[in-house]
Design a protein around this ligand. Structure first.
Ligand code: SAH
Length: 388
């Protein structure tokens, strides 16, 4: 294995527990997509890492020991990861959750989710992808009693596909999983999305458990309207879900049908959210809760959505159609946006309107985070009460 020297700043960050490596951590970096042994300038051994480009990173620190990334190594990682989630395994109200989460489980670049009887691997960089057979073999051994079949998502530029079947029994094209007693319709082999973002589970739980009772809820960037379904099951009077993807309507209706919730008072609109906000203002519509969960980056024919550029106007335009004393639930899904930076963007939108932050939710505990690295807790969701 080749030797690589890191800067003293990088040595300090590694000893603090940060695993994500960047180009500036190395004195010189010519290679990629391989395992390396890290040393400091004084020739002291620091640990094993691998190099591979992933977003702004160039690789991951793996272990303070000299290790080989073989099947036995991953078996041990998966055993520990499975043990940490024994709570979920015992619950029959929730059958979809993350069983391996990158650096939170001590191996960056890889996530594994369970959707009922099926596993979903996500490869985040070219190196993890090249050793995927070793990883899959280890996983199969640890989860043999639990998982019937597996699929994969390719989340980096390289292979010419983004989704594929991996092993075992094939899942139905669409099937149901349970979450806190509700059913959701999911699919594992179409594009990168699955019909449900598992990381927003806690928000759905709040909506189902009273937050939305008797309320009118507007769900912006609704995708499959999972928030609306949770709210409807929790007694929301009315929900309006807005997303510009054409498929979102039938996918949303599938969640409602799975729970036998009539969708008479639940609308699914295929529309740009800014067009809807203008329309709702013109019509004098009012909502008690407005949920905003945009993609961190999206393109449509007309515009590019950016959290920095667009969040303030999403808030200010939402205020125009919010009842007095209503609530805004604002989410952002971006490792590179800190909590304080997000709050600054929100404040621009609230301007002089009085408001109170009720809560901040981040990733649920199956999405194990690396406590040493704030970036690994990428999800931030504020619930904000707007005063009269
Ligand atoms: N809130 C959803 C996930 C949102 S994913 C959930 O809980 O499941 C982001 C969604 O935003 C995608 O479905 C995408 O189609 C939609 N989107 C992106 N730009 C949009 C726009 N300008 N108007 C409406 N929807 C948009």
């Amino acid at each position: 294995m080749s030797k690589l020297y890191v800067t003293s700043a990088a040595e300090r960050k590694i000893s603090r527990g940060i695993q994500c490596l960047e180009a500036k951590d190395f004195q010189e970096l010519k290679q990629t997509d391989k395992e390396v042994l890290l040393y400091n300038k004084a020739q002291q051994f620091l640990g094993t890492a691998y190099l591979s480009k992933q977003n702004k990173g160039v690789g991951w620190f793996v272990s303070k020991e000299k290790i080989t990334l073989n099947k036995a190594y991953f078996v041990a990682l998966f055993r520990a990861a499975r043990k940490r989630r024994s709570f979920y395994e015992r619950s029959d109200g929730t059958t979809a959750y993350r069983v391996f989460n990158q650096d939170g489980d001590f191996f960056g670049g890889l996530t594994v989710d369970l959707y009922g009887d099926y596993a979903l691997f996500s490869w985040y960089n070219a190196f993890v992808y090249t050793i995927r057979q070793t990883i899959v073999a280890a996983f199969k051994e640890v989860f043999a009693d639990k998982v019937k079949g597996a699929y994969e998502k390719v989340r980096f530029d390289g292979p010419a596909y983004d989704s594929s079947f991996v092993y075992g029994e094939r899942a139905a094209e669409k099937f149901l999983i349970a979450e806190n007693g509700l059913k959701y319709s999911v699919f594992l082999n179409q594009g990168l999305m699955t019909g449900l973002f598992l990381d927003q589970r806690e928000i759905r739980k709040d909506l189902a458990n009273g937050l939305a009772a008797g309320k009118r809820l507007l769900n912006l960037f609704s995708y499959t309207a999972a928030f609306s379904l949770a709210a409807a099951s929790g007694g929301a009077k009315e929900t309006v879900s807005v997303d510009l993807a054409k498929r979102s309507k039938e996918l949303s209706q599938a969640h409602f049908a799975a729970n036998a919730i009539a969708d008479d008072s639940h609308q699914f609109l295929i529309m740009d959210v800014f067009d809807y906000l203008k329309y709702a203002k013109r019509k004098g519509l009012l909502f008690d809760i407005i949920l905003i969960d945009p993609p961190s980056f999206a393109r449509n024919k007309k515009q590019t959505f950016s959290v920095h550029k667009d969040y303030p106007r999403l808030i200010s335009q939402s205020l125009d159609i919010l009842t007095e004393g209503g609530m805004i639930i604002a989410a952002v899904n971006a490792a590179n946006m800190s909590i304080s930076r997000f709050q600054k963007e929100l404040e621009k939108g609230f301007s002089t309107r009085r408001h109170t932050y009720l809560s901040l939710k981040q990733l649920p505990d199956d999405f194990a985070v690396n406590q040493a690295d704030e970036k690994s807790n990428y999800l931030k969701v504020f619930t904000i009460k707007v005063e009269k």
